[in-house]
Design a protein around this ligand. Structure first.
Ligand code: MSP
Length: 646
């Protein structure tokens, strides 16, 4: 296998002085998706994550908890391992920097650099940030001598130290990056690194005498190795730098590091300079992502707004959390996390677009074809168009994944899913069945099945649990995760017996969701429901004359002249129509779009604000004090659009 078909990807190794948060989850999920994708593309892919267990931060955290540093790291690193299980992370190895295999590599590299004169002893005096464990040059200090990264006050420090001759290798690194534009991604970070390299890169202090919790320097044990020098080496340790030259040969030439934008200097300057000095290839790419804020604010413990990935997975499922993080912001940009946005994506993209496509298709295969995918002729222009889009999507997704553009890849996949949903409306299989056009019906059902079979492969890296469920419902053998995307052949699914359709991503009821998150109004208000005002009795025929049907709100438009009305476009399965509804004060458009509702379908058309309204949406309402609460009436489970409500 040549290098083109090999892939090695790493996350940063995480400090264990803290519990895992959304930032840790984000990088790890992004790496997981990439390695799963590469495996499905036939790559020999290796995926490493782990924990950074030495240094001042850990020593301080242990002291605060009354533990030894070793006790602390033995305990806390398990949180990370547990989280990766919960989030379905498929890492091949988990490295801890306190492991013997790593300590030996660090000492051996340190010694090699010392022996060849690239590490020398000197003394260092400067402004130092204790929590960040970095000396800060005068030029980049914050106001009142504070750390530019964490904002805390700096202290002066003088210590005997070993130095790495970083400056010696800078011209070679510049030359390397000039020839390898993908060495740092995205471009904005590449430019940042190049301009840094063209400035003054000083020799780096790589040892400390001020703390104990680190790897001792061979032959001079009052020094321990500086935590970053120690940590960066983990990437080489794990693939056998010292112990397994064959493995190192296999994966090192194809290594990519994924990191947050805050730690690129270590990864794109210091680490490659160390590697050049050691005579080892520099990484193929360092890919930097942006930072998450939460509801528009910087995440911090003191604000109490740290997003707990365990909780997100428990509330919404690991798949939804994974999907959201990669779909919501272009990789590389900063993003803002909000649970409301996550719920929005679950309802529109997962429950509605993907879930409904699966459900509708399987139900039709069961009802119209005895549960077996028919071998239809797939030559109708619409079938050909959908197939061509599917095949083009595979190629386009691959291009996006090459540049780590996860959001682009997902947009492409969802455009394909959306096209298929539209194809159902265009071909109206229920009409074909009624009219006895069986050959055409077979073609449509087979096309839809193939769309889903291909979609399951495409979404598998992102939503591994959901994709496996789709695979099973489609009646496929084995696991979707051992499939190869490029072995997919359109039409080969015919003849498969499908499994029972089950709801994949249950729609989240927004009213209930909001209620669960807001303090309940007090009992007096809540029970302030108006005393029942009864209408005159009607007989059953009177009720039957009201044609109630299940519909979906597909579009919501403001009516500029009206404070109360929205112009809604609703889909009844067999047709779309406009309904004006007086629910504007109670819902934002995005809370309605994609929602199911029950409508009165045979109401006489009426003009409201100059717009013809063809029906009425049902809602329940209650007045509690000043506030009126309004809830849409919707079916409790998935049922085809247009179904009668009796
Ligand atoms: N131990 C070092 C890395 C050594 S790698 C040889 C470290 N650890 S960390 O636990 O503090 O941070 C790990 C990663 O989390 C970094 O890539 C950082 O960018 C990322 N994030 C921390 N907070 C974040 C957000 N709010 N948003 C996105 N990622 C952020 O640094």
């Amino acid at each position: 296998m040549d290098n083109k078909k090999r892939f090695y990807i790493t996350t940063p190794i995480y400090y264990v002085n803290d519990i895992p948060h959304i930032g840790h989850a984000y990088t790890t999920i992004a790496c997981d998706v990439m390695s799963r994708y590469k495996r499905m593309k036939g790559f020999d892919a290796y995926f490493l994550t782990g924990t950074d267990e030495h240094g001042q931060k850990i020593q301080t955290a242990a002291e605060a908890k009354g533990l030894t540093p070793q006790e602390l790291v033995d305990k806390i690193h398990l949180n990370f391992k547990e989280l990766w299980k919960v989030l379905n992370i498929s890492n091949d190895d988990f490295i801890r920097t306190t492991e013997d295999r790593h300590v030996r590599v660090v000492q051996s590299m340190f010694k090699k650099l010392m022996d060849q004169g690239d590490i020398y002893k000197g003394s260092y005096e400067g402004w130092y940030c204790v929590p960040c464990e970095t000396y800060v040059p005068e030029s980049s200090m914050g106001e009142n001598r504070t750390c530019p990264d964490c904002g805390r006050p700096l202290t002066t420090m003088k210590e005997e130290s070993y130095f790495f001759k970083a400056s010696k290798y800078v011209p070679r690194l510049i030359e390397h990056y000039e020839k390898n534009l993908q060495g740092v991604m995205p471009r904005i970070r590449y430019n940042e690194i190049m301009s840094f390299l063209h400035g003054e890169v000083r020799d780096q202090s790589v040892s400390r005498t001020t703390l104990k919790w680190g790897i001792p320097i061979p032959g001079d044990e009052k020094h321990v190795v500086y935590v970053w020098f120690d940590a960066l080496i983990n990437y080489a340790t794990a693939v056998g730098y010292l112990d397994d030259p064959e493995m190192f040969e296999r994966y090192w030439p194809v290594v990519r590091h994924m990191v947050g934008k805050d730690i690129i200097r270590f990864h794109c300057v210091i680490w490659p300079l160390m590697l050049l000095a050691l005579g080892v290839n520099v990484p193929v790419s360092v890919v930097a992502h942006g930072w998450w804020t939460v509801d528009g604010e910087k995440m911090s413990k003191s604000k109490g707004n740290v997003v707990d990935p365990f909780k997100m997975a428990e509330l919404y499922g690991a798949d939804a959390f994974r999907y959201f993080l990669l779909r919501e912001v272009p990789f590389g940009n900063d993003g803002d996390f909000s649970e409301a946005a996550l719920v929005g994506r679950i309802n529109s993209d997962l429950a509605n677009d993907l879930g409904n496509l699966l459900n509708r298709t399987l139900q039709m295969i069961v009802s119209y074809s005895g549960g077996v995918v028919p071998a239809g002729a797939l030559d109708d222009p619409l079938d050909v168009e959908v197939r061509a889009l599917g095949e083009a999507t595979v190629g386009a997704v691959d291009k996006s994944m090459e540049t780590f553009s996860y959001d682009e890849a997902l947009k492409l996949i969802w455009a394909f899913i959306g096209r298929a949903n539209k194809y159902i409306d265009e071909t109206s299989p229920w009409k074909l069945q009624k009219e006895g056009k069986n050959a055409r019906l077979d073609g449509v059902l087979c096309t839809l099945y193939e769309v889903l079979r291909l979609s399951a492969l495409l979404v598998a890296p992102y939503i591994p649990e959901g994709a496996e469920k789709i695979w099973k419902q489609l009646g496929r053998q084995g696991s979707v995760h051992t499939e190869k995307i490029d072995s997919f052949r359109w039409g080969e699914g015919a003849g498969t017996k499908v499994d029972k359709a089950e709801v994949l991503f249950p729609r989240i009821d927004l009213e209930q969701w909001k209620k669960d998150r807001t303090p309940q109004p007090d009992a007096a208000k809540a029970s302030g429901a108006e005393a029942a005002e009864h209408e005159p009795e009607i007989d059953i025929d009177g009720f039957r004359s009201v044609e109630l049907r299940v519909a979906q709100i597909v579009k919501v438009e403001e009516i500029p002249r009206s404070k109360k009305l929205y112009k809604l476009e609703v889909d009844l399965g067999y047709e779309r129509r406009t309904i004006c509804a007086g629910i504007k004060p109670f819902f934002k458009p995005e809370e309605l779009e994609g929602r199911r509702a029950v409508v009165v379908a045979n109401l006489k058309p009426a003009k409201l604000c100059g717009i013809e309204s063809n029906g009425m949406i049902l809602a329940a309402s209650v007045k509690g004090g000043e506030d009126e609460q309004v809830v849409l009436i919707a079916p409790a489970a998935d049922i085809p659009l247009g179904s009668r409500v009796r």
